[in-house]
Design a protein around this ligand. Structure first.
Ligand code: FPP
Length: 251
């Protein structure tokens, strides 16, 4: 059943084309219920399903989810194993349904650090959903914004050393072509759950002019109506990209 909020999103016009999400609060959600942290992550997987379906309903083109950061490698081995297991479970369980919905999955990040079973599971879902044209879903795995920029700097330096690139020609588009997100527009909207006001090393280059929506809700409790509320909040914003408002003359 279409929700009233979805109707308002559709009437509001200007649905964000690219929405990125920092899914936070799984641990606190579990602790408040006296449960182990991994059950918070497991419940968080349901919210992933919710938000993917909501994104398709709302007409979002690209949804980018921060599933595992470079900093997450510092968590206890048991929790890392649980998170990798969940990624595998998600890749195996959801592939057919995502395909049916027309969702094309991409995985962005340093997959060399990920164990073989997880890497092959996520590459299978990428393969199995190829051609979906309702929504592009980017799963950011072993991803860090600083690492992404360092990789880009090294790649560009290599091309300069090889005589293929003049440093004076390095502009926004040359740098963007060296990022994991090459070819993609920057996010229009970033949602962070659990009330934290931080970027946490996520898409440092790409978020330069992105609108931020901080939701107080823990990720496992976040559902499609929360996504629609975030979009409605976005639709009330005036995006100026450093310029003055339309109709305001610079004096
Ligand atoms: C942050 O909560 C969340 C994560 C580190 C992982 C996000 C993973 C999922 C939602 C599970 C599955 C994902 C996919 C794409 C299938 P936290 O542990 O930092 O929470 P806390 O700040 O309350 O401790």
């Amino acid at each position: 059943m279409a929700s009233d909020l979805l109707d308002r999103v559709r009437l509001g016009g200007g649905v964000p084309s690219h929405v990125a999400v920092i899914m936070d609060g799984n641990g606190r959600w579990a602790r408040e219920r006296g449960l182990p942290r991994h059950l918070g992550h497991r419940e968080g997987m349901k919210s992933v399903r919710e938000v993917v379906e909501g994104a398709v309903e709302a007409g979002i083109d690209i949804l980018t989810l921060f599933a595992f950061s470079t900093e997450n490698w510092k968590r206890p081995a048991r929790e890392i194993t649980a998170l990798m297991g969940l990624l595998q479970l998600y890749a195996r369980k959801e592939r057919a349904e995502l395909r049916r919905q027309g969702v094309q999955v991409h995985v962005l990040g340093d997959l060399d650090r990920v164990d073989d079973a997880t890497r092959s599971a996520v590459l299978e879902i990428v393969e199995g959903t190829r051609g979906g044209n309702a929504l592009r879903l980017n799963l950011m795995i072993s991803y860090g914004g600083r690492e992404e920029l360092l990789r880009a700097a090294r790649a560009l330096a290599d091309r300069v050393r090889a005589g293929e690139l003049d440093p004076a020609d390095i502009d926004d588009s040359v740098l963007e072509d060296s990022l994991f997100t090459r070819g993609l527009p920057s996010p229009d909207l970033l949602i962070r759950t659990s009330g934290e006001h931080r970027i946490s090393n996520f898409m440092l280059w790409q978020l330069a002019y992105t609108e931020l929506h901080i939701s107080p809700v823990y990720w496992p409790a976040f559902d499609r109506d929360h996504l629609f509320e975030a979009i409605l909040d976005y639709q009330r914003r005036e995006r100026r990209f450093g310029r003055v408002s339309v109709g305001v003359e610079a004096s």
